[in-house]
Ligand binder design. Structure first.
Ligand code: AIR
Length: 188
């Protein structure tokens, strides 16, 4: 018999856009991964995280909340995430990027930070704001921009896969396909 965890792995939770206050709302009511971003302007980049989770059929929700513009929403979300069944939080922000840190301050769930490319400093500001956490409150920081968004999703999947053999199998298959493409690459 499948555990409730195994059942949820197969539930697709692709993000939907809406005109509601949080801009992007979950399709699934039981998201395993929360993909958060400081502004709707981050969505173009963070779409890559959602698409990767979708590819692995991992139920997730995508939401906009800001450590600075909506601090109560952000801390409330983090504090309730564990009891809602969320297992990994991905938090993206640019500039003074504190969303991942605020999430980590309010939950013991693994938090993965994705620094957004900024106009002023090309994302170096976002990277340093996300990565330089004080000892005791960890944030796993990924690369700036789209590669970071994709890898945050893959990292979240790897965490979930530790207790979900079906997901682990999918990860092995993904890596094998990736390698096959490289091996078969031909240059003119
Ligand atoms: N941001 C929003 N609240 C706090 C921060 N650090 C970030 C967003 C976005 C950048 O500010 O994550 O990357 C610019 O946001 P906007 O809404 O002005 O485009």
């Amino acid at each position: 018999m499948k555990t409730s965890k195994q059942k949820r792995t197969g539930v697709s939770g692709k993000a939907q856009k809406s005109e509601s206050s949080s801009s992007i709302v979950p399709r699934s009511s039981l998201p395993l991964v929360a993909v958060l971003m400081g502004s709707k302007s981050d969505w173009e980049t963070m779409r890559a995280a959602s698409e990767t989770l979708e590819r692995f059929q991992v139920a997730h929700e995508c939401r906009v909340m800001s450590a600075h513009r909506s601090p109560e929403l952000a801390s409330e979300f983090a504090a309730k995430a564990e009891s809602r069944g969320v297992e990994v939080i991905i938090a993206a922000a640019g500039g003074a990027a504190h969303l991942a840190g605020v999430m980590a301050a309010h939950t013991v769930l693994p938090v993965l930070g994705v620094p957004m490319k900024s106009e002023a400093l090309n994302g170096l500001d976002s990277l340093l704001s996300t990565v330089q956490m004080p000892a005791g409150i960890p944030v796993g920081t990924l690369a700036i921009g789209k590669p970071g968004a994709t890898n945050a999703a893959l990292f979240a999947i790897a965490i979930l896969a530790n207790s979900r053999p079906d997901l682990k199998e999918k990860l092995h298959k993904f890596r094998a396909e990736q390698e096959k493409k490289i091996r078969e690459t031909k240059l003119d």
